[in-house]
Write a new protein. Structure first.
Length: 143
């Protein structure tokens, strides 16, 4: 989550004026289906059930995929634009998508700013390439 918060700071809060590089480790800039899995199916380990507390964190929703990754019927949709996903608060999901759209809008605005283009920051993403990563999900059994 730190990489997304850093991007928000750099773009929306104009932190780019004081920063020259952002180094991130495995930041899911476009979201992660792991977040959807934990929200919809819960998160239980041994004797601890963190499902409800995780469902209350806006940051969990900000980790949802912002691309069309959820198969509902015959169409792929964004989680924030779907209804009836168990464990997912639609309002929090929509707010989270708005968080990403706010960053994107500022990036678009900054790309027209000569000062930003000349003195902005670079992103150095450090990524893994050999771990399984979910790419889509299916809403099954919905009424």
């Amino acid at each position: 989550m730190g990489g997304l918060i850093a991007r928000y700071f750099l773009e929306v809060l104009d932190g780019w004026r004081d920063c020259r590089a952002l180094i991130t480790f495995g930041t899911p800039y476009r979201g992660s289906l792991n977040a959807l899995n934990f929200l919809a199916n819960g998160y239980k380990r041994l004797f601890t059930d963190l499902s409800e507390v995780m469902r209350s964190f806006p940051a969990m929703y900000q980790l949802l995929p912002i691309y069309r990754a959820l198969l509902v019927g015959d169409d792929y949709v964004r989680v924030a634009e779907s209804t009836g996903v168990p464990g997912v608060d639609a309002a929090l999901a929509q707010d989270a998508l708005a968080f990403h759209r706010e960053i994107e809008a500022k990036v678009d605005e900054h790309r027209k700013d000569p000062e930003y283009l000349g003195q902005g920051y670079v992103i150095v993403p450090v990524v893994g390439t050999r771990q399984p990563t979910l790419q889509s999900a299916t809403l099954a059994g919905a009424a």
